[in-house]
Design a protein around this ligand. Structure first.
Ligand code: SF4
Length: 244
């Protein structure tokens, strides 16, 4: 079977993304996620069997329509959790790279490395969302351990390929001086980290939880203040981390 014939499930497409990797990008959101982050703004992406089925060939055909716009940026596979469909992901990455595109994978790192190693190795850039370094807090916030994301980070370090770390600042959870200091200290040993993006918690997905009849825990949680964000940034800077 050719890689172009592999099919997978897609949540949605955004054709002129500028926030998920360098330059103007074609963003492909894949369906399915094993995590249950309390602040998820895409709970409609959780179910792996929902969304639209597409082949890699169909995706490549659609991407080619935007070639001139994304040639200096690239393609970002996001989700949901794109690595939940590892062969599909790998096929899209390799077919895109054959056509000269830079490919980033935006992942929570929730899949075991042995299940998605080829795609993780192939990605030109990994946008890795570290939900919480503290194991107990990670389980509380996502329902999962942080073992897999940290193993994926170790692997990218080992193969010397770039990673941008993302970390959501949630008041009452991750927005805490000691926790941020521990995270900064932990990350400072990695040479593969090119950038750290601290993302302030927001409630834009709250309505989707209501639509899906899911219990949302953060109704009363405010967005971080400017001072709180500055505090988090300065902690990263203390450890000479490339924070944006
Ligand atoms: S990893 Fe992303 S898509 Fe999955 S639950 Fe968390 S925020 Fe939502």
């Amino acid at each position: 079977m050719s890689k172009l014939d592999i099919t997978g499930r897609i949540h949605s497409v955004e054709t002129f993304g500028s926030l998920d990797g360098p330059g103007i990008r074609y963003l492909l959101f894949l369906q399915g996620c094993p995590m249950r982050c309390i602040y998820c703004h895409n709970p409609d992406s959780w179910d792996l069997h929902s969304g639209t089925q597409m082949s890699v060939e169909e995706i490549m055909r659609d991407i080619s329509r935007y070639r001139n716009f994304i040639m200096t940026g690239g393609i970002t596979l996001s989700g949901g959790e794109p690595l939940m469909q590892p062969q599909f992901c790998e096929a899209i990455i390799s077919e895109s790279q054959k056509r000269g595109f830079h490919v980033a994978v935006d992942t929570s790192g929730s899949m075991p490395l042995e299940k998605c190693k080829e795609a993780v190795a192939l990605a030109d850039l990994l946008l890795l969302d570290i939900k919480a370094l503290d194991e107990k807090l990670c389980k509380e916030m996502t329902g999962h351990s942080n073992h897999n994301p940290l193993a994926i980070l170790d692997y990218r370090e080992q193969i010397n390929k770039p990673v941008w770390i993302r970390h959501v600042l949630v008041p009452g959870y991750t927005l805490d001086k000691d926790k941020l200091t521990n995270l900064a200290q932990y990350l400072s040993k990695y040479k593969c980290i090119e950038r750290i993006e601290l993302l302030p918690f927001h409630k834009m997905g709250e309505y989707k939880w209501e639509q899906l009849n899911l219990p949302y825990k953060l109704y009363d949680t405010p967005a971080p203040t400017r001072d709180e964000i500055d505090m988090a940034v300065s902690i990263m800077k203390e450890y000479n981390l490339p924070v944006k």
